[in-house]
Design a protein around this ligand. Structure first.
Ligand code: ADP
Ligand code: UDP
Length: 234
């Protein structure tokens, strides 16, 4: 599939149109940002690793019946995806407390939550992706009630699948962010799932194998992504 025009360049990825109006090429960059892009850097070969990791995850989700935008892994840094209209909501699922949940609720990092939790953030960089609830979503017309029902059901189902997927690799899925899009009347999973968008802790050691190593200057950032890649491609 031939790459045509660049239609969007974000913090971590670039989108290109293709000869097929329904399909885009998603290119993964090495750029990394944190804290609403106040911290910027690069992680060597991150794009290559995230493209492969996200491919494996999308393939796994497809195999258990989750509808995603993933069509095909094209080359080191590019995957072919269905062009969706992104629902401007970041959907966050948590199994243990970490990151902003600890800050906001004063919880200890790693606290096991009695059940998975669900949060929505308004996808708006200039506002810093603020937390919103389903009343805001309805009031602003960001998504219909029916779409939110589908998104919520899919997000919890994805959590159950991914918890198992990672546990088989001796990795615990702590939390993650999803984006959904509208495609030919359906809601499907879009964007990426990778160590950029998940918290992944090694079972037994609790070692962090995700972007927190970059966010918090923990060192061995590339090695953490490499370890996740090694396990998902094993
Ligand atoms: P950001 O926009 O937050 O800087 P990225 O650098 O990851 O993030 O850019 C990728 C952009 O592409 C995101 O805004 C995401 O919502 C959007 N996107 C992801 N998948 C699709 C898709 N299948 N069709 C259209 N847009 C998509
Ligand atoms: N996350 C993400 N993109 C965002 C915000 C969060 O991928 O713009 C992911 C993040 O990597 C983590 C989860 O969502 O796995 C929960 O993030 P949190 O709300 O704790 O925010 P943070 O600590 O990153 O500020």
């Amino acid at each position: 599939m031939r790459k045509l025009d660049k239609i969007y360049e974000g913090k971590a990825k670039i989108l290109y149109t293709t000869e097929d109006p329904d399909l885009l090429i998603q290119y993964f960059k090495d750029d990394a940002t944190a804290f609403n892009a106040q911290k910027k850097g690069t992680i060597l070969e991150k794009g290559v690793m995230n493209n492969q990791i996200a491919t494996k995850i999308f393939e796994n989700l497809t195999s258990v019946g989750v509808e995603t935008h993933f069509v095909k892994h094209l080359n080191e840094r590019e995957m072919l995806v269905k062009k969706v209209e992104i629902v401007p909501i970041e959907v966050i699922i948590r199994n243990r407390a970490a990151g902003s949940l600890c800050r906001v609720l004063g919880l200890t990092e790693g606290l096991q939550l009695a059940c998975p939790t669900l949060e929505f953030c308004y996808k708006n960089d200039s506002l810093g992706d603020p937390l919103i609830n389903e009343y805001h979503i309805r009031a602003l017309g960001l998504a219909t009630d029916e779409e939110m029902k589908t998104i919520t059901k899919m997000a919890f189902a994805i959590n159950e699948h991914l918890k198992k997927f990672f546990l088989d690799l001796k990795i615990e899925l702590i939390d993650f962010k999803l984006e959904f899009g509208r495609y030919k009347g359906d809601i499907i999973l879009a964007d990426e799932i990778s160590p950029d968008t998940c918290r992944l802790w090694e079972v037994g050691t609790g070692n962090k194998l995700d972007k927190d190593r970059f966010r918090r200057d923990l060192g061995n950032v590339e090695d953490a992504y490499k370890e996740v890649l090694r396990r998902v491609t094993k």
